[in-house]
Ligand binder design. Structure first.
Ligand SMILES: Nc1ncnc2c1ncn2[C@@H]1O[C@H](COP(=O)(O)OP(=O)(O)OP(=O)(O)O)[C@@H](O)[C@H]1O
Length: 267
């Protein structure tokens, strides 16, 4: 099944079909002779939320790292809005409007959410991540920072040290940092990993909210999250795309049931 057949956002019209935001063609990654990603071809349609799922070791993280430039492919190409970004550095890919979620380790315990976002905005504005800049200079980013913090539901905690935030709140702060880059394509690596049900549901709503006007690719093991968010699902198995389609389509696919959804109980 082809992503183009499930587009929900592109205007009707030209036979060219929906716009592809991010595309992998024949993407392959070998680690010392072990093929972790094998000839993966997939299109992420602009404006859609695209899930990458699959059993442990299927190659999801490797594919994610290839798409964001943290790993270089052994073969194949990656394009963003038609532009070839294969082999480019993560920073160059970020310049093309592709951002990925930060890991929790990138937060500083002593800095508040507001300071984190202000510094992120400062870095993006070309000021670099200079902690010794004057408060006055940072003030210019305050308004936007407060807006982003509000968007992720952290206004009440804006001035608390990040080290005091609960796990789900730290993940929300990471989300604010990613969207502060104002990416067109947002890649979220297991946005609900390690969360309890309440935080999972909050994160689902948050991802829906921040996906407005953006394209989102996410990796997640939680089928409730995938079913709630994804317009399109690519199922990986042993480094290959086993099936693609809507959540309903892939979950009723015999190959997927055999290979993966049998594991759903411990997702
Ligand atoms: N740097 C590496 N060197 C060697 N093998 C690797 C490396 N990174 C990943 N692999 C192997 O590639 C395969 C795919 O791993 P990957 O982490 O991409 O899977 P995954 O689908 O993300 O799994 P999980 O859901 O457990 O995170 C695994 O067999 C893994 O052991």
């Amino acid at each position: 099944m082809n992503a183009a057949e499930h587009d929900t956002t592109a205007a009707p019209g030209p036979a060219t079909g929906p716009t592809v935001a991010l595309s992998a063609q024949g993407l392959t990654k070998d680690f010392r002779g072990f093929r972790a990603v094998n000839n993966v071809t997939l299109d992420v349609v602009e404006g859609q939320i695209h899930a990458l799922v699959g059993p442990n070791g299927a190659g999801k993280t490797t594919l994610f790292n290839l798409l964001t430039g943290y790993l270089k492919p052994t073969a194949g190409t990656i394009t963003v809005h038609g532009k070839d970004i294969t082999g480019k550095e993560p920073e160059q890919i970020a310049h093309e409007g592709v951002a990925r979620s930060f890991q929790i380790t990138s937060l500083f315990d002593n800095l508040t959410p507001r300071e984190h976002v202000e510094l992120g905005l400062q870095g993006m504005a070309g000021g670099g991540l200079n902690f010794w800049r004057s408060d006055k200079r940072l003030l210019q980013f305050r308004e936007r920072a407060d807006e982003l913090i509000r968007e992720v539901g952290l206004s009440a905690l804006a001035d608390r040290p990040a080290g005091e935030l609960a796990y789900g709140q730290k993940r929300a702060l990471e989300m604010a940092l990613v969207i502060s880059l104002d990416p067109q394509v947002l890649l979220l690596d297991e946005p609900t990993a390690g969360m309890g049900r309440e935080d999972v549901d909050r994160t689902i709503e948050l991802v829906k909210h921040i996906s407005t006007g953006r394209t989102v690719v996410f990796v997640d093991h939680n089928m409730h999250v995938v079913g709630s968010l994804a317009h399109h699902v690519s199922v990986l198995m042993a480094g290959e795309v086993l099936a693609q389609g809507t959540y309903e389509q892939v979950r009723s696919d015999e190959r997927v049931i055999n290979a993966y959804l049998g594991e759903e109980s411990h997702a």
